[in-house]
Design a protein around this ligand. Structure first.
Ligand code: HEM
Ligand SMILES: *[C@@H]1O[C@H](CO)[C@@H](O)[C@H](O)[C@H]1NC(C)=O
Ligand SMILES: *[C@@H]1O[C@H](CO)[C@@H](O)[C@H](O)[C@H]1NC(C)=O
Length: 356
């Protein structure tokens, strides 16, 4: 009886594995018990566990996870299709921190590089692999996030990226879009990448209120930020108006001038608005744009696809809602081509968003 059950169980497990790996040429069974497409990836599973325990508080979508994603952007965007800038997604921001951390746009990023450095030294990955694996794993800790691709095998960075490759919230839409275009991203892809601001908070925009989130659900990779940036703003959450900051609709919420402008500019407003309550669109566009970002400047023929080491994120399937007291009448819409989804409003008084 016990034996029959056990063999039935084994049968089901094997069948499940076969289905899970239907797309793989020949699944590799790692010593750790994990299954992957390529034996080169086996070494990464214990490293992912180490990242989770040593960096992400056991697998949380907390500040370290958010900053690991921001770090991946600031590392990779130091690249130009025309050459003459940095090596892209090469981990230069970690290795050449003495140079890159002095750039104004990297304000506050020393927190995460100094947190990551000892773990980086222990794992013995290249700096580029480390930064971009940490970003994929950290993002996976956020419910609703897509499971990001991870390509393995970046060589060591050769030099720091030069200054002025990372967009700033004080930049105009024209300057932001031209910087993204110079790195190979369309306006639509730029907006897709900004989905990241759904798990984001600001420490240095207004130093009197560190950890001030960009939306009311900073621990969830939902489309809430796309909705809330479209609301009419009325207040500054901290010490008045700071450079790169514009009025926000909610106490405790930070609104970047760049997000505000991109959400309303004719070149990007429809891409922005289309994300509202379309979890599927946001996650698939973000995943595709991140796959591009995380190998910028790399010879992808020399990289191994180790995406199956990235944890599978929890899903988010709920409809998003207007924050309490807000509704359609509070929207500032400039995209005329799209209907706006019908969304309910959270019950109760207007919220104050707590810091992270
Ligand atoms: C127009 C382009 C962008 C601008 C101007 C911008 C600007 C900013 C600023 C000013 C902050 C707050 C920093 C602080 O005060 O601590 C921030 C946070 C963040 N950004 Fe962006 N960003 C841009 C694009 C992106 C992209 C493309 C990504 C990722 C793919 C990203 C990911 C993040 C994350 C995750 C945070 C939160 C970090 C944390 O909570 O520790 N940003 N961004
Ligand atoms: C910068 O890099 C050095 C090693 O070169 C490291 O010891 C230090 O912790 C790093 N600091 C920051 C702020 O990233
Ligand atoms: C508040 O902001 C003003 C103007 O931006 C600045 O001069 C002042 O130093 C700030 N106060 C604090 C406590 O940061």
């Amino acid at each position: 009886m016990a034996f029959t059950r056990l063999s039935a169980f084994i049968g089901i497990t094997l069948a499940a594995l076969q289905v899970a790996n239907a797309g793989l040429a020949r699944p590799v069974f790692c010593p750790s018990g994990h299954v992957t497409a390529n034996s080169a990836c086996c070494a990464l599973f214990p490293m992912v566990d180490k990242l989770q325990t040593d960096l992400f508080d056991g697998g949380e979508c907390g500040e370290e996870a958010h900053s690991a994603l921001r770090l991946a952007f600031h590392d990779a965007i130091g690249f130009s299709l025309r050459g003459g800038k940095g090596g892209g997604a090469d981990g230069s921001i970690l290795i050449f921190n003495k140079t890159e951390l002095t750039f104004h746009a990297n304000g506050g990023i020393d927190d995460i590089t100094s947190r990551q450095f000892p773990v980086f030294q222990e794992l013995k990955l290249s700096a580029g692999d480390f930064v971009h694996l940490a970003a994929a794993v950290g993002t996976a800790n956020c419910p609703g996030a897509p499971r990001l691709q991870f390509m393995f095998g970046r060589p060591a960075p050769k030099a720091p990226a030069p200054d002025l490759t990372v967009p700033e919230p004080t930049d105009s839409v024209t300057s932001i879009l031209s910087r993204f275009a110079d790195a190979g991203f369309s306006p639509r892809e730029a907006i897709a990448l900004l989905s990241s601001h759904t798990i984001a908070a600001a420490d240095v925009v207004d130093v009197t209120i560190p950890g001030t989130p960009f939306d009311s659900t900073v621990g969830t990779f939902d489309t809430q930020v796309f909705l809330e940036v479209l609301l009419k703003g009325s207040l500054f959450p901290g010490n008045g108006s700071q450079p790169g900051e514009v009025v926000s609709p909610l106490h405790g919420e930070m609104r970047l001038q760049s997000d505000f402008a991109l959400a309303r500019d004719p070149r990007t407003a429809c891409f922005w608005q289309a994300m509202v309550d379309d979890q599927q669109r946001m996650t698939s566009e973000f995943k595709a744009a991140m796959a591009k970002l995380q190998v910028l400047g790399q010879d992808t023929r020399k990289l191994v696809d180790c995406s199956d080491v990235v944890p599978v994120p929890k899903t988010f399937t709920k409809q998003i809602k207007f924050p309490a007291t807000f509704s359609k009448k509070d929207l500032q819409l400039t995209c005329k081509d799209l209907p706006f989804p019908n969304l309910a409003t959270v019950a109760g008084p207007a919220p104050t968003i707590p810091p992270v």
